[in-house]
Design a protein around this ligand. Structure first.
Ligand code: UGA
Length: 437
């Protein structure tokens, strides 16, 4: 199948490469010439495990190309819209300007029978509005909404073998045709029995934000329990293990710590709450504001813990910050709690030396005032306190004895509760987890 993918960020670049890997003929289009140049050279413009491999193999097969010219979408049967929908500056709502601009630019290149497939996360009601706009343009193309559930760090795997597919399609014959085309797009996943939910636009849009809202709520729930454990002497990790054995609850996404960040969860709970207000049902998801508030408190809590561990002030103390990305196996620092903790400590006058296997370049761009070290040992050298805020494998596997020989003070704050307190204490460290005694 010939298809175009408009927007080559975290979502679109992975989608384009994965579709080509699955045998389709794909053109990826983006307005950013730097991104397109990198992709044309089979280089991933961001860190994502496995992406370079499939870019290389798909480019070599001749099935994948990239362009800055939207006209390159002409001749494709299916057109994915995978542009960003960031939070509006100074507001909670989504900024849909890139989605509208992508559709407007694409419209002159659409032919009768083409299918435009929205993958970007949008507030409910957007697809219906865009479908009307398409109808008015008279291109003869129709619209489906097909949300994406990939996780950064597992993006290639999640795209090639998704755990479910959701098609939001119009009613009637157009919907039948849209479904047929989407079944062709995802033929490989369907042959592996991937479940498909075929529904209307509104449900498809809501599925996406509901899933992210649920995940965010789960994380903030356990972080709220951490707050209670902190004032009552409990251990939130043991609590999570114990409630997680209940299959109705499950242990995944119950890791307490400095909370969630990234380009999706924070923005989606805010955008969802804002959209619910517009629809006159603000109260239905008002708890998401509380979910957000619990989450933001955890970053400040980490900072307070560092201050306390250092005897009341961090001014001129050397603090090694391990991790900057919002999660391991990613270089993404959008709304990263780890980077935020580093910035807050730096703002209090600490000599922050932050490190991360992949996210230093993106962090420098946003916060050049921080101290950075590419080598973990350099970051740890003579540190008065060590703060682990992104659980990269290499930090989880640090040896307490060897690490103890690098620092000035053996004070450790584990913002992700991933180290073994007993082993670190046995090596002479003062260990502080979050929500743990
Ligand atoms: C999230 C969803 O998990 C995906 O399903 C969704 O497709 C994606 O957003 C999206 O909307 O595009 P992602 O942002 O890549 O994926 O990252 P997650 O794995 O969900 O982690 C989000 C944040 O929660 C990270 O900062 C992570 O450290 C934090 N987290 C996660 C916790 O603090 N505790 C946990 O137990 C789990």
């Amino acid at each position: 199948m010939r298809m175009s993918v408009i927007g080559c960020g975290y979502l679109g670049a992975v989608h384009a490469a994965s579709m080509a890997e699955l045998g389709h003929e794909v053109v990826g289009i983006d307005v950013d010439p730097g991104k397109i140049r990198a992709l044309q050279a089979a280089q991933a413009p961001f860190f994502e495990p496995g992406l370079t491999d499939i870019l290389e193999s798909a480019m070599a097969s001749g099935r994948l190309s990239f362009s800055t010219d939207i006209a390159a979408a002409g001749g494709s049967q299916v057109h994915f819209i995978a542009v960003g929908t960031p939070q509006k500056k100074g507001e909670s709502a989504y900024d849909l300007s890139y989605v509208d601009a992508a559709l407007d630019a694409l419209t002159p290149h659409l032919a009768d029978g083409n299918l435009v497939v929205g993958k970007s996360t949008v507030p409910v009601g957007t697809a219906a509005r865009l479908a009307e706009k398409m109808e008015r343009s008279g291109s003869g193309a129709s619209l489906a909404w097909n949300p994406e559930f990939l996780r950064e760090g597992f993006a290639v795997k999640d795209t090639i073998s998704p755990d479910r597919l959701v098609y939001g399609v119009p009613a009637g014959e157009k919907g039948v045709q849209a479904r047929q085309l989407l079944d062709e797009v995802y033929a490989v996943a369907l042959s592996n029995d991937t479940p498909v939910v075929v529904t209307d636009y509104a449900t498809a849009e809501l599925v996406k934000v509901a899933a992210n809202a649920f995940l965010a709520t789960k994380i903030s729930f356990i972080n709220a329990m951490a707050e209670i454990a902190e004032v009552s002497g409990g251990d939130v990790t043991a609590l999570a293990d114990a409630i997680g054995y209940d299959a109705r609850i499950g242990r995944r996404f119950l890791n307490a710590g400095i909370g969630f960040g990234g380009g999706c969860l924070p923005k989606d709970i805010r955008g969802f709450a804002a959209r619910a207000e517009e629809l006159g049902r603000g109260e239905s998801v008002r708890f998401l504001l509380e979910v957000d508030a619990v989450n933001m408190r955890r970053r400040e809590r980490m900072v307070q813990m560092v201050i306390q561990a250092l005897g009341g002030q961090v001014y001129r103390k050397k603090v090694a910050v391990l991790g900057l990305a919002f999660k391991p196996d990613s270089d993404d620092v959008r709304d990263s709690p780890a980077l935020d903790v580093a910035v807050r400590l730096n703002g209090l006058g600490a000599h922050v030396i932050a490190t991360d296997p992949e996210a230093i370049p993106n962090s420098i761009r946003l916060h050049p005032q921080l101290g950075f070290a590419t080598d973990t040992h350099d970051a740890l050298h003579n540190a008065d306190a060590v703060v682990l805020v992104t659980e990269w494998k290499e930090y989880r596997e640090l040896d307490p004895i060897a690490t103890g020989q690098l620092v000035r003070e053996k004070i450790l704050l584990d913002g992700r509760n991933v180290l073994d307190p007993a082993a670190w204490r046995a090596a002479g460290w003062t260990y502080h987890g979050m929500g743990r005694p």
